[in-house]
Design a protein around this ligand. Sequence first.
Ligand code: GDP
Ligand code: MN
Length: 380
Amino acid sequence: MNRLAKASAVVIAVAAVPYFVFLALYGLIRPSGSPARKRDDKPSVSIVLPTYNEADIIEKKLDDLLELDYPMEAIELVVVDSSDDETPYLIRDYLADHEHPSLNLIEEEERRGLAPALNDAYAAAANEMVVKTDCDSFVANDALHVAATNLADPDVAAVTGQNAEVLGGSEVEEGYRGIQAHIQTLESHLDSTLIFHGPFSAFENDAIVPLDPNSLADDTELALKIRRNGKRVVFDPNIRYSEASHSDFTKRRLQKDRRGMGLIRLLVQHRDALGRYGKYGGLVLPFNWWFMIVSPWLVALSIGLLTGAALVAAGPFGLVVPAGLGLFVRLGGSDRLGSLQPLYAIFDAQVSLFRASLELLRGDGDGTWEIDEELREAFE
Ligand code: GDP
Ligand code: MN
């Protein structure tokens, strides 16, 4: 074995250790469902919906919200809208025919970005439980009820759910979400989970604090701050929603890279939380630091070293390494890897996180982005 091969073996081994630790913990704890001590509860609810040029899908979204299995007179809908299309008129028209839910439509003069818009909406939300949902997602009928039973645990102040069905049929996303659900369940049983999801996140109104106006990870940021203030924030796989996703490697980059940037920046901003807050700062945050910040560099390094080792050992035939990787990406990106599809999903996430690190080092990333038209089509 040449020296490059040895070096790559070492890097790969080091990169793998935390994953085995997590697998071992999983085997020991065997978590399932939410760790919250659930109780039946029917709090009043503010549904917060941010919209930016969603005229094509907003009515479908409202149809979905009105089908929720929850007393509509206990719900207020707080929409914060920054559109320059007809979205706000469509919303007003739609709800004009309904006595409930009541509508509080906040119209922004100009688009400032999602986080400042959400800060206004959260400040306006008047009810006990605040549910944030994105326009391009559908929520299961019982989601409010299940969320409320979680928040009824006095130790728990926020809960998020799982992407049960990926619209647009991306198996890449499906595979990744499946793995993520296992990880987030374990994190919640250890203490609290890190990542909160845009399609459905529920918070106790009393626990809400302002977001950083530049945030690109608003839901996760709010949950992290709530955990730092002392309450648990958990994942419940029984809260189900659906969201559209691409499979194609290039198409996935835009959204995933931005989300990766938001999460990495958040972890770095809150680096002082490492090692504090029980198992949250002791295990959950370090694991996420590893997965999102350290491991992507190790993956990139091992690919470089493996390619170098193969070139040294086999001359031009060493190019089978990058060629094989290219094939893996092509097959994975078109959902043709079968049982290896989840492995591709992890690789895909690592690529986004690596690119996000590079973009952050270059200083990119403000709080606005293009709405993905193609993903919106999955709803029509
Ligand atoms: P992604 O799922 O991370 O790609 O983000 P989306 O583009 O789907 O946006 C999430 C939600 O925020 C959607 O409901 C958008 O309409 C809304 N949104 C995005 N940017 C803005 C903004 O600048 N202002 C407001 N009020 N809403 C926004
Ligand atoms: Mn979206």
